[in-house]
Design a protein around this ligand. Structure first.
Ligand code: DAT
Length: 173
């Protein structure tokens, strides 16, 4: 039995996952688990894709690396995919969403290659991550939140923090 919940914060690159997770970790005491960092630090990849500027992730190695981390709960998992995490690991899936023009500006500022930028914009427009979350988890634990402004981010964080506090009350150790 977990004494703290595991949360996935997902969404297209640039929606605000890292920013949300860092603040949430400070506010709730849960751990920010940056999957990107684990992929790099624990070599859960088969090399660097030059065209897409991203790691070619080895999902089996990644899951092995994460298993111990999530077993006791208390993880806020930050990753632009969610279908690989077993359902039994996860208590809440937050899908962050952003307007196309805002996402364009954020990805442009990151100097994404044109092809990668366009693919990510298309993914956001076509609800790819939301659909992936709904296909992979019970719809009751999937929440879609917008992240265009800092006000929206503040309200998202308040909401998730309240959810964590309620989870703890409902699941006393
Ligand atoms: P991700 O981890 O999803 O790739 P991020 O947290 O690195 O995204 O955020 C990308 C950029 O956008 C970063 O400069 C912070 C900014 N940002 C994120 N969410 C925001 C929000 N709700 N309001 C204003 N700026 C935001």
């Amino acid at each position: 039995m977990r004494t703290n919940p595991n949360i996935v914060v997902t969404g297209t690159p640039g929606v605000g996952k890292t920013t949300h997770c860092e603040i949430l970790a400070e506010r709730t005491g849960l751990r920010h688990v940056s999957v990107n960092q684990i992929v790099k630090d624990k070599d859960c990849h088969e090399g660097w894709d030059k065209e897409y500027h991203s790691w070619l992730v080895d999902e089996d190695r990644l899951l092995d690396a994460l298993e111990e981390e999530v077993a006791d709960g208390g993880c806020i998992i930050d990753w632009h995919a969610c279908d690989l995490f077993p359902e039994r690991w996860i208590d809440l899936v937050v899908v962050l969403r952003v307007d196309t023009s805002t996402l364009y500006d954020r990805l442009k500022a990151r100097k994404y290659p044109e092809k990668k930028l366009q693919e990510n914009l298309d993914a956001e427009i076509m609800d790819v991550l939301l659909q992936e979350a709904r296909d992979s988890y019970n719809e009751k634990i999937v929440v879609e939140l917008t992240s265009n402004t800092t006000d929206e981010m503040d309200s998202n964080i308040d909401r998730i923090e309240a959810w964590v506090n309620q989870w703890k009350k409902d699941n006393p150790s």
